[in-house]
Design a protein. Structure first.
Length: 477
């Protein structure tokens, strides 16, 4: 029996399209647009860089199908937004082979008092207009040159709330599994009937990550229903719900502040690919139902090496790498060209998430100070990164902690990879810093550690490694 190895750089058919590779930028809020919802030059530049970096699929951030105000959010609610969105597709298509989808969304009202509108507040007349609004938006996306649309049915928003096990409406739109699917099904049908062969995909939660929410059993049913309706692919997320959101005085609810928000954007305290088992479960049920619909899996997948592993074990067919590609949009090209060591590697500190929650422009902590876009490789200096002395790294041992410090490297260093070896083993990267100090709070007594620091520039090129510093904790501290 021949073992077929699937690579991140293998092409993949998605509906009537072919992706050049299986790496995807899932929809990420940028907070770059104005309150008016129109595309501006920073928006165009953000997505142009993703295309230049060689990714196979770009899903442009959630764009509202209706006129409700919600801060700096893109809109596709009328024809006046089409020319701006066309600028995005033209920039992406001219910069690389990526296929570009527009994620379209309907959301309910929220207030700074903590009040939020719920689906139980909507009348049947309110619901009956939604399929048409989604179909109108999809038609505009096609006119703007997008390769497809993604219907947003995940997280805290309207269609996700209908799919939720928390949907307790007592009419034909709630409580039972069939009723919870009624409105999302009607939306999918209206969109596909309107746009014909234009690819339509769906993003929804594999697990709500809230008490008495649904998990992969229901998600598999949803996936089969959407595949029956012709979904080009299904994209799986987790959590991001209002039900466990933490209200901050004077601020509207942000659905990524509770446990479900942690699970949606797992930080450094979670293992790599923490959510991918859910994609594997849903994909298995899709295949058992006779569907070959591609599954897009996400959740702290930060390297092409890891993407290859989850693809090869058939966890998913497309790998979403949101924060990793925000940190370095050129990650795919660097990996393909054998320049992995030049990657600016996400550390999952979730500064980007915090900025979104504060309604500020979303940038990466690892970018140069003040940058609103990821640097292009050619924009960095060619200076060699060197230390001014041969022993720049110092370690200070205090009860229960190891504090490390070093001077800035010469030559335009943007950040520093901190490497650690435990008991004579290999050096592994434990974090990256833009500062010149770090507290290692995971050092334990009974071990011997070695540390070194490697500077990198804005293009991700690594410089000369520092000296090695040994800390012996073999005796109890």
């Amino acid at each position: 029996m021949v073992c077929v190895v699937v690579s991140a750089f293998d092409p993949l058919s998605v509906g009537s399209l072919e992706l050049s590779n299986r790496l995807a930028v899932p929809a990420m809020v940028t907070r770059l647009s104005g309150e008016d919802g129109f595309v501006n030059e920073p928006i165009v530049e953000r997505y142009r860089r993703f295309a230049e970096g060689g990714v196979g699929l770009i899903v442009v951030e959630a764009s509202a199908i209706h006129e409700s105000r919600s801060g700096p959010l893109l809109r596709v609610s009328s024809d006046e937004f089409v020319p701006g969105l066309e600028r995005v597709t033209q920039a992406c298509h001219s910069a690389g082979p990526a296929k570009v989808f527009l994620q379209i969304i309907h959301f309910l009202k929220i207030a700074r008092s903590g009040w939020r509108q719920k689906i139980a507040d909507l009348g049947v007349d309110d619901l009956e207009v939604l399929p048409g609004l989604f179909a109108d938006a999809a038609e505009r996306a096609a006119l703007a040159g997008f390769d497809g649309v993604e219907l947003h049915m995940a997280h805290a928003y309207t269609l996700s709330s209908f799919l939720s096990r928390q949907n307790r409406r007592r009419d034909e739109y709630g409580r039972t599994l069939e009723n919870r699917l009624r409105l999302p099904t009607a939306v999918m049908q209206a969109v596909t009937e309107r746009v014909g062969d234009f690819p339509v995909s769906v993003r929804f939660n594999a697990d709500e990550a809230i008490r008495r929410g649904y998990s992969v059993d229901d998600a598999a049913v949803f996936a089969v229903r959407f595949a029956d309706l012709g979904a080009a692919y299904v994209s799986l997320s987790v959590g991001g719900k209002f039900e466990d959101a933490v209200h901050r005085d004077g601020e509207p609810l942000y659905p990524y502040t509770g446990f479900s928000g942690d699970r949606c954007m797992p930080g450094s305290n979670y293992p790599d690919a923490v959510n991918i088992w859910m994609a594997r479960s849903v994909r298995r049920e899709l295949r058992a139902a006779g569907h070959d619909t591609p599954v897009l899996g996400t959740g702290k997948i930060g390297s092409v090496e890891l993407a290859d592993r989850v693809l090869d074990d058939e966890s998913c067919d497309i790998v979403g790498m949101a924060r990793a590609l925000l940190a370095d949009p050129y990650l795919p090209a660097k990996a393909r060209d054998g320049r992995v060591d030049e990657t600016v590697r996400c550390i999952y500190c979730n500064v980007c998430k915090s900025l979104d929650g504060s309604f500020k422009t979303v940038v990466c902590y690892l970018w140069p100070a003040g940058a609103t876009q990821a640097p292009r490789p050619g924009e960095s200096t060619e200076s060699e990164l060197l230390w001014t002395n041969d022993k720049p790294l110092n370690a200070t041992l205090r009860p229960g902690e190891v504090r490390l410090s070093w001077p800035a490297a010469d030559g335009g260093a943007t950040g520093y990879d901190l490497m650690r070896s435990t008991d004579g083993g290999t050096f592994d990267r434990i974090t990256a810093c833009t500062r010149t100090r770090h507290l290692d709070d995971r050092a334990l007594s009974g071990h011997r550690y070695q540390y070194r620091v490697v500077p990198y520039d804005s293009a991700g090129r690594r410089g000369q490694a520092s000296n090695r510093v040994e800390v012996d904790l073999m005796a109890d501290q």
